[in-house]
Design a protein around this ligand. Sequence first.
Ligand SMILES: [Ca+2]
Ligand SMILES: [Ca+2]
Ligand SMILES: [Ca+2]
Length: 273
Amino acid sequence: MKRSLTSALAGALVTVAVPALAAEVVLKDPKGDDKGPGTYTYPTDAVYTKGSFDLTEAKLEEDGDSIKVTVELNAKIEDPWDSKAWGGNGFSTQMVFIFIDTDHKAGSGHEDGLAGLNIKFAPESAWDKALIISAQGNARVQSEVNAKAAAVKADIVLPSAVKAQGKKLVARFPKSKVGALAAGFGYQVVVQSNEGFPDKTDLLTRKVNEYGGQHRFGGGNDYDCDPHAIDILAGKAKGEATEAKAQFDMLGTFTCDAKGGGKRAVLQMVYPE
Ligand SMILES: [Ca+2]
Ligand SMILES: [Ca+2]
Ligand SMILES: [Ca+2]
């Protein structure tokens, strides 16, 4: 009698706990789609090595008091600009934004992406938290956030630790600020490049122009109407080849008029099953 009661309780606990928690989320992305809406090219300087901005996987997991985020790219991550000399994190050219939709409700959260990304999120994919992995140290990133994302800064989380490890960027964010990862959350990961001398409209992001340059991506528009996002997640984030086209279509939803105005590309989140 005692034993069956114990197992009944254990069963009840399991059925309550499993649907509510998602202690680990793995989001995969195909190789070779590091072209934004399909046309973008890397800056020409040798530091922007092939695959440096090609997302292959993002993993989020609860680890003690942290949410550990591991972002894998399709190239070994280098530090050509000696980041430690300027308070950086051991790598130079990458920057990654992780947007999280915690409620999947139209109109709840932020539809505008962050300054310099030139993206929006669909109403039902509005973001509630944004995690930033930067080559720059937190003091610099926070001052940029204060200046360029003041209205949403309460929902931006900076890491407690960041390092590069082979092809991976590994960052830990305080769980007290991100919250626990729950089933039903949506995710979008945007790969950009760390720009140490950003425009006043850009939160440390590198511009995409019509023609690439030594430190400018090409294949876009010289104005800021085009999405300045090099690789993102799409579809179900299983890493399937069809997700490349889904990304190109999604990032291709922008318009540019002759004066540089237009409509932002509208992104959907990925909702893992
Ligand atoms: Ca990719
Ligand atoms: Ca542009
Ligand atoms: Ca992609």
